[in-house]
Design a protein around this ligand. Structure first.
Ligand code: V47
Length: 394
């Protein structure tokens, strides 16, 4: 490697250690720097400065009440444009409620709810879903409706973002998930999802959410048509909003899954690209507390290694994930709590079960874990989960 590149890396490393924001050019340099382990080690330093060995996870499940969607995102395998399409579905509010009724004995603390942009459902539908779930389990946190959905509601029902968010909050909304960000740069965004909320609108919804007191997450879809410059630009736009509001909790890079969609021919991001993206994300986003690996996408093994590349959070026990599995993800639909704790331990980290807002619910005390063969035969059974970690009183 040319000596000038090594020198440049060390200059950037110094800035990162001091918490000085890195420039676009520096982020792209880190993406291109051949020594992946050096970039990873630097991200790991920042991760350990912020969180030590702590590695967070939560016990959640997903509900996607409808896959009918007006948007035409080329990467999406989940949405169906026509309500009459054979694979289109829309659950009644009662059916959504049943998803929770079926899991009343499980130690779930969060439900992650995302919909397609349905042309006909009334606003009450979205409010009722929140109200019903909250009535059933007031203690559960509802992380629901992406910024793209909030923008869609505001346009469709003639409200401001703040009005939409306040009404949803009053009905039980706890925070916003980070979906729909994709890539902010117009050039790539127009190729991926022309016509849906643009970068400024996505950011404005999050600004409004932070203003009304809601925490939110942020994501970046990578591995499609974007350049490395556009990835780093995306991170900088998130960092700038965070400097203004402080309302983002976690950044989740989302690796493109190429099956069953209109972009299909592109290859999925490689393992090296995944690890590098976590590391560069950690280094660019010095002001966002957490970097999360969504293991559903990158696989459990890469997610485990990512714990040494800047990641401090693993999502989650996730059940019934649809968006990625319809795009060809071959990961399981769920992972047991015990398996998560085991893989965090084996990575030399300290497992911490968190709530959505990062309050600590349980910390690993090193006690022996139950026999994996017993629990693995029942993917995330609430009973098995409870028996296996009796310290918890869910
Ligand atoms: O917005 C859709 C992405 C997102 C594909 O906030 C795809 O805690 C890759 O946002 N290949 C939804 N990505 C998922 C999401 C999320 C996941 C986990 C945790 C949180 C959180 C948020 O998934 C979409 C889109 O960017 N997506 N299709 C695909 N084929």
């Amino acid at each position: 490697m040319p000596a000038k590149d090594t020198r440049r890396f060390h200059q950037i490393a110094e800035k990162a250690r001091e918490g000085v924001p890195l420039s676009l050019e520096e982020g792209v340099f880190l993406y291109r720097y051949p020594d992946l382990l050096a970039v990873g080690a630097l991200a790991n330093e920042v991760r350990e400065r912020l969180h030590g060995d702590r590695t967070y996870f939560n016990v959640n499940f997903h509900i996607n009440p409808t896959n009918v969607c007006e948007a035409d995102c080329k990467f999406c395998s989940f949405a169906r444009l026509e309500p009459s399409s054979p694979q289109a579905y829309t659950m009644s509010v009662e059916q959504v409620r049943q998803k929770l009724v079926e899991r009343m004995d499980q130690p779930v603390t969060e439900i992650h709810i995302v919909n397609g942009l349905h042309p006909d459902l009334p606003f009450e539908y979205y409010l009722d879903i929140l109200r019903d779930l909250k009535e059933l389990r007031p203690d559960i946190h509802l992380k629901a409706y992406t910024a793209v959905e909030i923008h869609f509601f505001a346009e469709k029902f003639s409200m401001t973002y703040e009005e939409v968010l306040t009404r949803l909050k009053d009905a039980g909304l706890g925070s916003l998930p980070g979906g729909g960000a994709e890539i902010f740069a117009d050039r790539a965004r127009n190729k991926l999802c022309k016509g849906k909320a643009d970068a400024a609108q996505w950011l404005e919804v999050h600004r409004a959410a932070h203003k009304v007191g809601l925490r939110t997450n942020c994501t970046m879809l990578y591995g499609t048509v974007e350049t490395l410059e556009e990835r780093v630009d995306h991170m900088i736009r998130l960092r700038d909003l965070q400097a203004e509001t402080g309302g983002f909790q976690t950044f989740i890079p989302l690796a493109y899954h190429p099956e069953n969609n209109a972009l299909g021919k592109l290859p999925a991001p490689t393992g090296v690209d995944n690890l590098r993206t976590y590391a560069v994300g950690r280094l660019m986003l010095h002001n966002i507390p957490h970097i999360k690996a969504y293991w559903i996408m990158v696989g459990i093994k890469t997610a485990q290694i990512a714990l040494s590349f800047g990641v401090d959070d693993l999502d989650g026990t996730v059940q019934e994930e649809k968006i990625y599995h319809m795009a060809g993800a071959d990961t399981p639909q769920a992972i047991t709590r015990t398996d998560l704790v085991r893989l965090i331990r084996e990575a030399g980290r300290h497992a911490v079960e968190r709530t959505t807002l990062y309050d600590v619910r349980w910390e690993d005390d090193g006690a022996p874990l139950p026999d994996i063969r017993v629990e693995s035969s029942v993917p995330f059974s609430g009973h098995a989960g409870r028996k296996s970690l009796p310290v918890l009183s869910h």
